[in-house]
Design a protein around this ligand. Structure first.
Ligand SMILES: Nc1ncnc2c1ncn2[C@@H]1O[C@H](COP(=O)(O)OP(=O)(O)OP(=O)(O)O)[C@@H](O)[C@H]1O
Ligand SMILES: [Mg+2]
Length: 276
């Protein structure tokens, strides 16, 4: 799948939807795309939360370079900063210091329209708690981001049904979340994340609420999408099975990168862990 083509095919749609000049929003990234072979880069990212007099340093100088098409897993104990890092990379939170670059564009420099475009078109989000709309059917949940991006309703419906088929939910299009199992809801969330053919998928513990087998299916689904569509996947997890399909693994500790390794180098460690 070609990212340039995707950005280009939504041009008219964005012109209708975005609050600022959408052509310019897209152009910022198109220029970046043409030059860059790096999707995500963080430089000295610090995130502090103030709680009364106390300051919590959730991220303490994160330097990461994530090449296009990589599958990166982020591990680390509870409170180590994984979700905070996702929010910062995904443009959902602004770091206290440091910079995040998406295709060489400094996210902090984007105006509201460009940021909205980035979140809508460039990034797909998957959360631990699915976060799909309870009163909407699976199909409506998946078509919603396409409608936001200005895709005509008929086309959005067709594409939505296609993606849902792709994640194994062809016979659940009209079910609402309460009529779906946890694993099925997460499949809807994955389908939604992929709806606008993003360049980057940010998945924050996508298997945390699922049983082992369903979790495994979800992981393999994300890996397949990563391989087939060349999407960069950044996925936080406590699940050692995920290490096996990752290109690289980052371990976080106290808001810092404790260790960064290629899968080949941790294969032995993982098999030891699996044995225990
Ligand atoms: N909005 C917030 N306000 C204040 N402190 C916060 C906020 N969000 C996170 N923190 C603190 O920042 C630190 C990192 O939190 P974060 O949610 O990023 O950890 P995590 O690695 O995702 O943990 P988990 O594995 O439990 O999801 C924690 O100490 C947390 O208490
Ligand atoms: Mg978290």
């Amino acid at each position: 799948m070609d990212r340039f083509e995707n950005a280009a095919d939504g041009g008219d749609a964005r012109r209708e939807m975005s609050p600022s000049d959408p052509a310019a929003s897209a152009a910022v990234f198109l220029e970046g795309d043409a030059r860059a072979d790096t999707t995500v880069m963080t430089r000295e990212v610090v995130m502090e939360y103030r709680m009364g007099m106390a300051v919590i340093r959730a991220l303490d100088g994160i330097d990461l370079t994530i090449p296009t098409g990589e599958y990166l897993s982020i591990m680390g104990p509870s409170g180590s900063g994984k979700t905070t890092l996702f929010n910062v990379i995904g443009g959902l939170a602004k770091p206290t210091a440091g910079s995040v670059f998406i295709d060489e564009i400094d996210v902090a420099q984007l105006d509201a329209g460009e940021l909205a475009w980035l979140r809508c078109r460039k990034i797909g989000y998957i959360f631990q708690s699915y976060n799909i709309v309870k009163v909407m059917t699976a199909l409506e949940n998946v078509t919603l981001p396409m409608l936001f991006a200005g895709v005509p309703p008929d086309e959005a419906r067709d594409r939505g049904a296609d993606i849902l088929r792709r994640v194994g939910l062809a016979d659940r299009l009209l079910h609402t979340p309460r009529e779906l199992s946890g694993g099925q809801q997460q499949r809807v969330a994955i389908a939604r994340a992929f709806a606008n053919r993003p360049a980057i998928i940010l998945a924050d513990e996508p298997t945390a609420n699922l049983d082992l087998r369903t979790g495994e299916e979800i992981i393999h689904l994300m890996k397949e999408m990563n391989r087939e569509q060349g999407v960069t996947v950044i996925c936080s997890t406590h699940d050692h099975k995920m290490l096996d399909i990752s290109d690289r693994i980052v371990w976080m500790k106290d808001g810092r990168i404790d260790k960064l390794a290629r899968r080949e180098d941790v294969a032995i460690e993982v098999s030891h862990m699996a044995e225990k």
